[in-house]
Design a protein around this ligand. Structure first.
Ligand code: DX5
Ligand code: ZN
Length: 219
């Protein structure tokens, strides 16, 4: 089984967004990962709903939206209307995570929960069966181009065990510092989806780089 690849549009050239989305359309990418940062939950501001709508107008791949914002419940419907097919909220930003997950599903989107590097996977134990995707942060969220945190491999393996022990079909997505060096180990540890921003967009041939990530197999 091959990995699903979700290039992060955060690393794209925003002055040529249509061209960048069309490049992803022509690639083997499975999703387009859309990073929304509010300057409160994370120390950076990316872009908001109008830009997301513009991406959606040109995208032929499903949009995987990663909300790095406080009080995400207030904006779920707006992001769904703007074209989100997967909506991930941060565990650390939700007081009533179960309710938020149900809220995402009631809008007809897949429900994702993102966890920061310091957040133990045990905190997902009671809701894992309700979650379509766990977005495991392998950097501290807020910026592209950061260094991958090595503890992630072990954390993925433990999350995979939890998912299997509960008979859940939750997918594991890894977000931050992903490249061709760590991707095979992430697949071996149990990852299903890899987000890659700077590694894809800073490469001389992003379409070829996406194909290379896509062609990684279990050894
Ligand atoms: C980090 C974002 C990531 C980021 C990944 O806060 O959630 O999705 O864009 O970028 P790279 O692959 O450059 O670490
Ligand atoms: Zn992200």
């Amino acid at each position: 089984m091959s990995l699903l690849i979700a290039p992060s549009i955060l690393a794209a050239d925003f002055a040529n967004l249509q061209k960048e989305v069309e490049m992803l359309n022509s690639s083997q990418a499975d999703f387009i990962h859309v990073d929304i940062m509010d300057g409160v939950f994370v120390p950076n501001i990316s872009f908001g709903i109008p830009v997301m709508e513009a991406i959606h107008r040109h995208a032929k791949k499903p949009l995987d939206v990663h909300l790095m914002i406080v009080e995400p419940d207030r904006y779920l419907e707006a992001f769904r209307n703007a074209g989100a097919q997967i909506i991930s909220v941060h565990f650390e930003a939700c007081n009533h995570l179960h309710r938020t997950i149900q809220g995402i599903k009631s809008l007809g989107a897949k429900a994702g929960v993102a966890i920061n590097p310091h957040t133990p996977i045990d905190f997902l134990k009671e809701v894992i069966q309700d979650i379509d995707v766990v977005c495991m942060m392998s950097v501290n969220p807020g910026f592209g181009g950061q260094k991958f945190i090595e503890n992630t491999y072990d954390k993925v393996a433990r999350l995979k065990e939890l998912i299997l022990s509960k008979g859940a079909s939750t997918k594991i997505e890894i977000d931050g510092g992903v490249n061709l060096g760590n991707a095979p180990k992430l697949l071996m540890a149990g990852a299903d989806i890899l987000v890659a921003g700077s590694f894809v967009f800073n490469s001389p041939d992003p379409v070829a780089t996406i194909s290379e990530l896509k062609s990684i197999r279990m050894v």
